[in-house]
Design a protein around this ligand. Structure first.
Ligand SMILES: *[C@@H]1O[C@H](CO)[C@@H](O)[C@H](O)[C@H]1NC(C)=O
Ligand SMILES: *[C@@H]1O[C@H](CO)[C@@H](O)[C@H](O)[C@H]1NC(C)=O
Ligand SMILES: *[C@@H]1O[C@H](CO)[C@@H](O)[C@H](O)[C@H]1NC(C)=O
Ligand SMILES: *[C@@H]1O[C@H](CO)[C@@H](O)[C@H](O)[C@H]1NC(C)=O
Ligand SMILES: *[C@@H]1O[C@H](CO)[C@@H](O)[C@H](O)[C@H]1NC(C)=O
Length: 781
């Protein structure tokens, strides 16, 4: 009996499928519908077909977009804004198009772009008119890797939502579910011209979850959802989805995943997850071919909330971003990409990407954008080979480059500085600006509205106080969806006669770029010695430090040279001559040893309080001093014979670290280094010990003059508990009480603690050394 029922139902079901299938074929067939009883599997097949149609729908968000007259993000009551008399970098034509004129924002989009549009405005129109005064205008910046909102500011245990402890495979999590709309950093990021961010889960999971694209203005709705750009249907569970929108997925590999195993474990975890997704995809494809062939058995569409985003990725509907630094990681991900037919749209971090450009070109069916930090390297071992020349090298290999903040690890507000620094180190200016606008917008599938200025683009616009590639360029105002984010009064966009509006001309780094490649990112950095006498040509300015320690300008204007540029002779560390070639070099035709091309000479810099020379890689204990005892938390080992446990940086000082040599190359010839730790590297003891001063360019401690002062200052570190520290913390009042007690002479002067606190309480500046800083005046760069 049971057997019979089953056979009948299968038969009926097949019949229903066949009917619907035939109905789709455009030829006349007479079917006696009365013959088939009304049965809900008839509606089921329509539903099944909808699912299958959605699977095969084109991945196209751009349809009907170019002629839109109003943005979906337009907020009712927003006035139109005309920014006139501007120099507009549109981002079009490979970042070379510059228009002079106006930009009219209305209905949340760029309404008109280019020439003057005053004639379009009637007197009774509500249009805010801004005179840019010749200032630069760019599209709003796109920060493709930010944890703003999920590691939100103020940073407390309740606002730390970026790193799920339940990994390493959690593709089903969504960053928007932890997105704090009250994050104070949104406004700061906007103050740096950043209008859109990709909110990515942290790097501590191999598949950390779905990322979302958000605009950083407050909305009338005040919700996370209302800040999102083109949220995919999956967000509200619309199934099947007829209205395609990109989804975004965050993957990671390398050292940040340490808590889940090592590299082999992580790549296996990714493979296993992709395998699972591939099985689900195959089941869906089988379902649809059965539906099409009319052999569908009435089952539900195979679906799984946990894995669907990965299936969508295998179907090409997800913009995937992978945080990976080293060659070993990048290579493994490229292999996975090809094994599973899984496109990778961007690699984040990617410290060693510049060493393997052709491998990066081989990801599966995708143009992969390399997302870099311009100069922040060596905080982890896996970033040790990072290079300032990487953006230029990658761009030369035809690989698109973008920059990111990784906020809060670096402040999103300074995203543009990444582009400015990369430009300084040789990335062409057009590409440097594209790297924070249309290239990241492309990597997330949003170029139809973001990252480039054209009529119809989202009205996300920044007016700058100087050329955007000048260090320190700051927005005068920022518009998001046509809404001004700051006070609309604009003044002094372009001070008369200043060169703030001109793109800076970077130095030539050809040699350094070649060396970076030749040495796989670790070129020798030792300074080369020059003879005691050296001459500089074409010097624009000479600054010096007076006997009283003040900075003085020697040239111009106080030096009697008529020409704009001078020759300078330095002998044994002292300036001997500033003047014409005849005066300084002996003849009109003589040329100086070093041509400064209009550069300046100044006293060298000194860094104070950093860990230069005390640790090579902040997160690797073996490259540093190790963990200090905190007398406020633990007992100090008795062998120190000193309850406060004051220690000296001098005892752990190491010469010729890469960080010190890089500092030297950047003009920091002296460092006073302390054992205080960077906030991301753990808690600093209250008593951080006594700092030492040394010369950063010297090869070892025995070289004459390498150590300037063995004991420079007593460092104490008072503060509230940090969420990032692993050790328990001490109340601020207890820290202060302890320090007060020590300053009042509680410890015996025969101990280090007693000695240094006594000197501190007496404000005694004398050190037990005979060394002093006198030599510092004589270091020139
Ligand atoms: C409708 O079709 C299903 C599946 O083929 C079957 O199980 C069910 O008995 C049918 N319902 C009626 C009312 O015939
Ligand atoms: C874009 O600009 C870069 C750098 O200026 C140049 O090398 C590249 O060839 C340009 N690409 C196109 C398609 O014009
Ligand atoms: C729009 O512009 C009008 C006219 O300039 C002005 O009175 C009004 O306050 C503006 N509205 C907003 C929301 O800025
Ligand atoms: C769900 O999201 C889609 C895509 O964003 C949208 O078109 C649809 O209206 C939303 N549905 C509901 C019920 O909110
Ligand atoms: C990478 O691909 C781009 C675009 O197809 C091409 O221009 C470039 O030459 C390739 N670079 C390498 C190193 O293979």
């Amino acid at each position: 009996m049971f057997e019979n029922v089953k056979q009948t139902s299968l038969l009926l079901c097949f019949f229903a499928v066949a009917l619907v299938y035939l109905a789709h074929i455009p030829r006349s067939t007479t079917v006696n519908l009365d013959f088939v009883p009304i049965n809900h599997s008839r509606t089921d097949i329509n539903r099944a077909l909808e699912f299958c149609d959605a699977l095969n729908a084109p991945l196209d968000t751009v349809k009907d977009f170019s002629d839109r007259k109003r943005s979906d993000r337009y907020e009712h009551g927003t006035n139109a804004t005309l920014v006139r008399n501007a120099v507009i970098w549109t981002g079009r034509d490979n970042g070379t198009e510059i228009l002079r004129g106006s930009i009219l924002l209305d209905n949340g989009i760029v309404w008109r772009l280019g020439s003057a549009y005053e004639h379009l405005i009637r007197d009774d129109d509500d249009v805010t008119i801004i005179d840019a005064n010749g200032g630069w205008v760019t599209p709003g910046l796109v920060d493709i890797h930010s944890h703003a909102g999920i590691m939100s500011s103020p940073f407390t245990s309740g606002t730390n939502n970026a790193a799920s402890p339940n990994g390493p495979i959690v593709p089903w999590l969504r960053s928007v579910d932890g997105f704090d709309t009250h994050d104070e950093s949104f406004r700061l990021a906007v103050a740096g011209g950043v209008t859109t961010i990709q909110v990515t889960p942290a790097n501590n999971n191999a598949m950390g979850g779905e990322a979302f694209m958000a605009k950083l203005r407050s909305t009338l709705d005040k919700t996370p959802t209302s800040m999102l750009i083109e949220p995919p249907c999956a967000l509200n569970g619309t199934k099947p989805c007829k209205d395609f929108r990109w989804r975004h997925l965050k993957l990671a590999c390398g050292e940040d995943l340490g808590s889940h195993g090592h590299r082999m474990d992580m790549i296996w975890a990714l493979r296993a997850a992709l395998h699972k997704a591939r099985q689900l995809k195959t089941a869906q494809d089988t379902f649809c071919s059965e539906v099409e062939e009319g052999v569908w058995g009435g089952e539900n569409f195979p679906d799984d909330l946990q894995w669907q985003v990965l299936v969508d990725a295998l179907r090409g509907g997800v913009k995937t971003t992978v945080h990976c630094h080293e060659v070993v990681d990048l290579d493994a991900i490229v292999r996975l990409s090809n094994e599973f037919g899984f496109p990778i749209h961007s690699f984040q971090g990617a410290s060693e990407a510049y060493l393997i450009p052709s491998t990066l070109n081989n990801t599966w069916q995708s143009e992969t954008v390399i997302v870099l930090s311009a100069t922040r390297h060596r905080s982890k071992r896996e970033t040790y080979r990072g290079s300032e020349y990487a953006p230029r090298i990658l761009a030369n290999s035809g690989i698109p480059v973008a920059f990111k903040s990784d906020h809060p690890y670096s402040n999103s507000r300074y995203l543009l500085q990444e582009a400015q620094m990369a430009h300084y180190y040789g990335l062409p200016g057009n590409l440097a600006l594209l790297a924070v606008t249309s290239i990241p917008a492309n990597a997330v599938g949003l170029t139809h509205r973001l990252g480039t200025l054209f009529e119809g683009a989202d009205a996300d616009v920044v007016l700058w106080d100087s050329h955007p590639l000048r260090l320190g360029a700051t927005p005068l105002n920022v518009w998001i969806d046509g809404i001004a984010q700051f006070d609309e009064k604009v003044a002094d966009a372009e001070p008369q006669g200043s060169d703030r509006g001109v793109r800076p001309e970077p130095p030539n780094w050809d040699k350094e770029t070649r060396e970076a490649l030749r040495w796989d990112g670790l070129p020798p950095l030792f300074p080369s010695k020059i003879s005691t006498k050296v001459s500089f040509g074409r010097v624009k300015e000479v600054w010096t430090r007076s006997r009283r320690g003040e900075i003085e300008v020697l040239f111009p204007p106080s030096y009697p040279v008529k020409e704009r540029l001078a020759n300078v002779v330095v002998e044994s560390g002292k300036i001997k001559c500033i003047g014409t070639a005849l005066a300084c070099l002996g003849s009109r035709e003589a040329s100086a040893d070093i041509d400064l091309h209009g550069g300046s000479i100044s006293p060298s810099f000194m860094s104070y309080g950093s860990a230069l020379g005390l640790e090579e890689i902040a997160s690797e204990p073996s490259t540093g001093n190790g963990v200090l005892y905190d007398a406020f938390v633990h007992d100090i080992p008795t062998i120190l014979g000193d309850a406060g446990g004051v220690v000296r940086a001098m005892d752990a000082l190491v010469f010729s670290t890469r960080n010190a040599l890089v500092a030297y190359r950047s003009g920091v010839t002296l460092a006073t280094s302390s054992l205080r730790k960077n906030v991301f590297a753990g808690r600093t003891p209250v008593i951080a010990g006594v700092s030492a001063s040394f010369r950063t360019g010297f090869p070892h401690a025995m070289e004459q003059g390498a150590i300037v002062q063995t004991a420079t200052a007593l460092h104490i570190s008072v503060g509230r508990a940090s969420l990032l520290s692993s050790t328990s913390s001490v109340a601020v009042s207890e820290q202060m009480a302890g320090i007060r007690r020590l300053l009042m002479g509680w410890e015996d002067e025969k101990t280090e603690t007693g000695l240094w606190f006594k000197r501190a309480s007496e404000a005694s500046s004398s050190s037990p050394d005979k060394h002093n800083l006198r030599g510092a005046n004589e270091d020139y760069n």
